[in-house]
Write a protein of this length. Sequence first.
Lengths: 414, 179
Amino acid sequence: MPWPGIPRLALMLILGGVGTVSAAPSADVTPMAPYRAPFAPASDREVLQQVPAASDPKVREMAALRRKLDAAPSDLRAAADLARAYIDFGRQIGDAHYAGYAEAVIAPWMAKPQPSSVALVLQATILQFRHQFSDARDLLKRALKDEPHNAQAWLTLATLDMVQGDYPQAAEDCQAAARTGGFALGLACSGNRLSYVGKAEQSVALLTQIEGDAPSLSDPFKAWVQGLLAESAERLGDWTAAETHYRKALRYTPDDNFLVVAYADFLLDRGRPKEVLGLIPNDAQSDTAFLRLVLAQAALKSPDLARYSWIMAARFEALTQRGSDYYGREQVRFALHVQHDADLALDLAKRNWQVQRGPWDARVFLEAASAAHQPQAAIPVLAFLEQTKLQDPVIEPLARQLLLQLKSEPARAR
Amino acid sequence: VRRTKVRTAGQALLAAGTLAATAVSAHSASDAYLTLDVERRASSAGSVVIHGQWDVALRDLDFVLKLDDDGDGNITWAELRKHQAAIADYAYTYLHVSSGANACVVRATRQAVDNHADGAYAALFFDIVCDGPTNSITLDYRMFFAIDPSHRGIFVLRSGDNIATSLLSPDNAKIELKL
């Protein structure tokens, strides 16, 4: 190497600022660290990287759609089909690259002075995927101005409003989604919303209606409904039902990253971290899935934890370097349960709360405030919970405990 | 609860459309790491050689160049080695350096494998040589932007004791560097 020290500079910078973890490359832990200087593998057969296999039907479908678009490069429909396939695949395997590929595919249509609603909704979906919620909302509203009957736009808008905790607005969006996209869609949308406003029983009832007439619906839709049912069952503390629904959902769309992650959270909460190791492969490329692996290793007090947490910290740092800031929820949990840095966790939770306000966002905020002994920091979240009436067997006791602390030491400040 | 027969008016949408149900993103997007180190030459005044290392994710390269020849989902060292020339041809098309009126040449030296937290990267080593005295260079980086506008080049320049960093993106693809 002609310039000692330089090739690793990027890595050193990546590791900068990750607290205690950045000490990992020191001599005693080097064997555990997954990094070494650039190298030439010893064997031709050494596997360096996993990629989607060409034999995967979804990969073949994407290739076919790509050929179709290449044959008719100005055909918006061909572009939209390919972009959608990319978005779906990226979501399924938990890989943000595909959102970028989709963005490139529809870019020529987004560059037009008046982009069509098809392009706007796809771009909004991509932005939503990256947690650029307000930009996504703007695009959806533009799309709906042109095409008020675009059910996908209404559903996406409803999802955005739910993610950000605006449940009254989400109710209107769901009604519009039902009007434009049909009854099943409306039911799923409303069923989803009800689980956030203290009406998980009604949520289950609505979602079960869709379940009853399932054969005619697509597998991804059925998986979505089963995932929502699992979530609502969790709100009610019905763990058996929740698990049944998660497993059903995973039968419809095996390996779906979103479902795998939600089910892993369920297992972690139920004190079954070992099963998480069976659910998520060791080399998970999805960061959200990988975090659950790290949390499981932490719960198991595994000797491998240092290695896992080092990789996780490096991945978060790489995201920070590229200016991505949408892993708030995951970063809070990592800071809290792996790095045991309650103050950092609370800072991250506060920032995350500005972006998203789902039950998990509320929960990690309360957990962080509690661990940091700063109940007063949780006041905005407690007020939100009181207003929305979220019912949840984990979050409610947490909130009560913080309220008690607030009453007993109202003036405590740090 | 009254059971309502579910109508399927939104069938086409539900079958073909992207469900907005999951607003949770999950995963690293595409990054490359570009590091330049400036070596001043004592012999000729103002003349420099810049040594570069460019780490490009095998995942990204596979998407554009299909490195996984047998399609089994694993890129092996043999497969990567076979494509090294194609990788260099592709990559260096998207990296241009100039210095005022002077031309600069980007000369590939060797390739290796580098591991990052999100997977294996091809490490492309190169030298940049410019004609005449060189106090600043213009770097033009367009890697992957046309196929993935969310790609980012994480750039580090080291010149003596100075370190400069930049995030290369479609909106920040051309940067001026004082050496």
